[in-house]
Design a protein around this ligand. Sequence first.
Ligand SMILES: Cc1cc2nc3c(=O)[nH]c(=O)nc-3n(C[C@H](O)[C@H](O)[C@H](O)COP(=O)(O)O)c2cc1C
Length: 166
Amino acid sequence: MDALEALRTRRSVRTYEERPVSKEDLETLVDCGRLAATARNAQPWEFIVVTEEDGLRGLAKLADNGKFIADAAACIGVFCEDSDYYLEDGCAATQNILVAARALGLASCWVAGDKKPYAEKVCALLGVPAGYKLVSLIALGYSSETPNPVKRPLEDVIHWQHFTGA
Ligand SMILES: Cc1cc2nc3c(=O)[nH]c(=O)nc-3n(C[C@H](O)[C@H](O)[C@H](O)COP(=O)(O)O)c2cc1C
């Protein structure tokens, strides 16, 4: 699958089969995350790959809109050292991982982290040192679900030279 197809067909998927994701694929995902654009080339990120049931269940318990993490094959926590652009950098890395997952035939869903009341508890659960912020939790697995949420059409969102049609 080429990059454009992966970008165009990626969707958030929240049900997963009981099939593990290989270590090699998980390493590929983190590799794609670490290569994301990052302000001033700061690369403030750290990625925690959780595959054990206890850890997945613990994360699911904390994330109020991420209960499905309990059924995922893996979850990657994206953390960034607190810095001027930690959120933009961590989001860029997260999106890279979602698109790479699609390219590998994996289902994924971004689960909110930054600003959530449970963010510090997630850090504590995973042993993250002080000074780091949770940006996202990425649930991963194989799935036959193919969600098709409504997307705003291109002609509605594209503007040439100046903002038109408001
Ligand atoms: C910052 C951010 C936080 C999100 N948090 C959650 C979440 O906590 N739980 C969830 O099920 N989906 C979450 N999502 C996924 C969105 O619901 C999803 O991207 C949106 O509905 C569009 O669907 P799509 O990803 O299939 O295009 C989040 C997405 C973003 C970008």
